[in-house]
Design a protein around this ligand. Sequence first.
Ligand code: FES
Length: 168
Amino acid sequence: MNQDLEKRIREAMLNPQNLGELAGADSVGTVGNSECGEMLRMWVKFKDENGKRVIDRATFQSFGCETAIAVASLATELIRGKTAEEALALKTEELAGELGPLPPMKIHCAQLVEGALRSALDPNHEAATPAAPPSLPSATPNLLDSFTKPKEGGVRVVFLDKKPADKP
Ligand code: FES
């Protein structure tokens, strides 16, 4: 990874935006990468604006890949105010925004963010799950719970297909 990119990722990591669970989210998407073990969950909440249903806020949780966190931080800011269709039309490199072009070994980190976004926004995406109703106790499972607690149903992680750009 070149030093410029490392610096931009470090800067994004110093003040990550939209980190954590989003109470009252309308949709949640969770994806994982079986190669590196990283997982990312994204929450999305909509609002009505000028007769359109647009993204009011999106938040995320991640296990710790710095590139994925940096991209998710930028992407959750980028999609604010967009319709689901507009957000879904964004390409992987657009989600990575000001990080600029990612090296081949880091492209899958941005694809993980894209996958979680698709999972949350596309009702036909197989990983999409409805958000827990806000009236439920605050025991909404977090990412770590997905691994450490016995499954009670409701959360399913879909591992993304390896795309050609990931191959060495
Ligand atoms: Fe796999 Fe970043 S190293 S998501």
